[in-house]
Design a protein around this ligand. Sequence first.
Ligand code: ZN
Length: 317
Amino acid sequence: MFQISRRDLVLGAAGASAMFGLSKPIAFIGAAEAQQAQSFKKYMIGDIEVFSLSDGVWEKAHDENFIRGVSVDQTKAALKAAGQTDEFVPVPFTIIAIRTGGNLILIDSGTGAGQTGGPKAGMLAKSMADAGLDPKSVRTVLISHFHGDHIFGLMAKDTNQQMFPEAEIVVAKTELDWWTQPVESIPQPRRGLAQRVQATIPTWKNVKTISGEVDVARGVRAIPAHGHTQGHTAYLISNGGQQLIVTGDATNALALNVRNPDWQLVFDHVPDQAVATRKQLFDRAIAEKAMVAGYHWGTPNVGTIRKDGNGYAFTAA
Ligand SMILES: [Zn+2]
């Protein structure tokens, strides 16, 4: 929730929803604090502290090959229907941090100060500072998958030097294995990234691989969610009867394949499996009354999901 002071200005519903995507009027002190409120947001799952941290947004140019069988006009209509600009596809980056049992954990590491994602990406360090989180305190980084917008924060831009040498880096063995297979076996467009992965992560001593559904920290469990990549992994945070499924890239932006789960974006390695996985994760969340978070949903990106026609609708917590 936003910090609210007695001196608040109360905005009308229209102004508030335009800024925060909320349906109710909210109160806040001023524009500077509104900015700060958007760079991070804190939640509790039982006694576990969960932070959403903005790493900025990629203003992706439209491209006919972006979504299989879906035209740019249809994509623009979906963005407009969600109240967003249709001049480009807004793809926000949002990292989840967890404080549990005195341990600071990141789920994914962001774009690495904008090594990918364009000039408006790379806000993670600022967002962590705003949230009062010190990168030096990170003891564990749980990785959803090896796309650059999730792992470049592990490595310095030109030197590939480790950014979290003292932390344990946890990744599914299937994910590590896929990216470290002989590079000729990897589809051409992904070879450059595979080469950077091969030059870094497998050489690091602080990498731990996991297989299957397994506990990775107090109150945190890895959930295989393959399809977006061959080893893509979601993480379930549970404590005190509450649950949050951090779905990673099981979907991209809310207006795209949350609303239209059958849409197959070019980023999905195994498209049919990706479609099945996102529906399974969301249906599990609905059945278990779990909250959900998505990496490309922007802030706030923690909330509830419900069936809505052929797709799903997200309501921020
Ligand atoms: Zn991503």
